[in-house]
Design a protein around this ligand. Structure first.
Ligand SMILES: *Cc1c(COP(=O)(O)O)cnc(C)c1O
Length: 429
């Protein structure tokens, strides 16, 4: 049997950093990543045979837990019929219909293979549809690794962003304006200065890539108004929140509180693929009709709408629509966050947590952060110690303080209790 350490060393010889996506390497928290051999329900099992309660859920998709029987059955059946055709299938229509039924802001969508691809394509579409180049993104929101989105704020609103990755030419991000999340004043100023040049503003409505930060209602309301006023498209990146925070996704939550609220375009991924590579972007028919082959905005994909991935996504979406699904999931997540909060209070550790549906976040801080620099100012040393304390006790949290956590329908009361007990110990240690 190989140890995690032996596998990590072997992996580093053939794969940069030993991983195929950076955060998996545990760089933020230190230590050896666990190499996962298999997963079942709420649990991951590593190469050394150790079991962990999984609060990453493949970074969001595994809302039913691992190996849900209905999903596995659908995947097996689809695989038996063929892995990929590069031609249209009825199942793609079914998946599109299923998603559109639950997201009234969209009349059409296109399927792609990753969230990165969906966000990138949505931006091209927004630019094509408006005939404008500029886009607004908010610091701490992640929309995949397309060039135009790997950008941090320049100095002041009159200047544009700087690349956050080598290999991204400054010219490529010169149309991207980066604003602070939840900062109304910056938003006003940015639209006053550039409004008529802005193609779209892209936002994670509940940011899950800076742990868990909600866009406040007044902020979201004003963002919607300014986009409409200046003819820019409001793009909701719901790759993480979609069908995860509720059946109507984050946009449903905002619509509950801001009557008539809708984004113009939406981007989905993660849960809609149920663990297979599948994502989507969509919006009103007249905007979506700008896409090739109907319109002039080019976008394509060899594996887009893959028959096995669509079967997996469809089976997942059908399960989460069963009566009471989100009530039960929300109650589990809430009880976890409450339990962690009580454990922290008993240990005298500052703690602030929040959750929605099956997504949660917590900070070692007195209050919930409202934007990225507040997130990064929370207690990182304590988070890292807590992360390892939990891992040693068989609880697998995301290995960085800027990541959200996920609870699945497979997490039992006992799993949550074990987790809270582990936290109480880890926080006292
Ligand atoms: C995960 C994520 C993406 C990128 O999706 P990939 O499938 O990893 O390319 C984009 N936006 C958000 C909000 C995400 O959480």
């Amino acid at each position: 049997m190989s140890t995690n350490l032996a596998l990590f060393e072997r992996a580093q010889r053939v794969i940069p950093g030993g991983v195929n996506s950076p955060v998996r390497a545990f760089r933020a928290v230190g230590g050896t990543p666990r190499f996962i051999r298999r997963a079942e329900g709420a649990y991951l099992f590593d190469a050394e045979g150790r079991r962990y309660i999984d609060y990453i859920g493949s970074w969001g998709p595994m809302i039913l837990g691992h190996g849900h029987p209905a999903v596995l059955e659908a995947v097996r059946e689809a695989a038996g019929e063929g892995l990929s055709f590069g031609a249209p299938t009825e199942r793609e229509i079914e998946l599109a219909e299923e998603i559109l039924k639950l997201v009234p802001s969209m009349q059409q969508l296109r399927l792609v293979s990753s969230g990165t691809e969906a966000a990138m394509s949505a931006i091209r579409l927004a630019r094509g549809a408006t005939g404008r180049a500029m886009l607004i993104k908010f610091e701490g929101c992640y929309h995949g690794h397309a060039d135009a989105l790997l950008v941090k704020a320049g100095s002041g609103l009159a200047t544009f962003g700087n690349p956050t990755s080598a290999g991204v030419p400054a010219e490529v991000v010169q149309h991207t304006l980066v604003l602070e999340y939840n900062n109304l004043q910056q938003l006003e100023e940015a639209f006053a200065l550039h409004g008529k040049a802005i193609a779209c503003a892209m936002i994670e409505p509940i940011a899950g890539n800076m742990n868990f930060v909600r866009a406040g209602l007044p902020f979201m309301k004003r963002l919607r108004e300014l986009c409409s006023q200046y003819g820019a498209l409001l793009v909701f990146d719901e790759v993480m929140t979609g069908f995860r925070v509720g059946l109507r996704s984050a946009q449903g939550l905002y619509a509950d509180q801001l009557p008539g609220f809708q984004p113009d375009l939406s981007v989905f991924g993660k849960v809609i693929g149920g663990g297979m590579p599948l994502a989507a972007f969509g919006g009103p028919r007249e905007v979506m009709q700008q896409l090739a082959p109907v319109g002039a905005v080019y976008q394509a994909g060899t594996l887009s709408g893959n028959p096995v991935a669509t079967a997996c996504g469809l089976a997942t979406l059908r399960e989460i629509q069963k009566p009471g699904f989100f009530d039960a999931l929300s109650a589990s997540t809430r009880s976890l966050v409450d339990g962690l909060s009580q454990a922290a209070r008993a240990a005298g550790v500052p703690f602030a947590g929040d959750c929605e549906g099956g997504m949660f976040g917590f900070f070692f801080a007195d209050a919930l952060p409202q934007h990225y620099s507040q997130v990064m100012a929370t207690d990182k040393e304590r988070f890292n110690r807590f992360f390892h304390g939990m891992l040693e006790r068989g609880v697998y949290l995301a290995p960085a303080l800027y990541e959200a956590g996920f609870v699945s329908a497979a997490h039992s009361r006992a799993d949550l209790d074990v987790t809270v007990a582990a936290a109480a110990e880890a926080l006292r240690a």
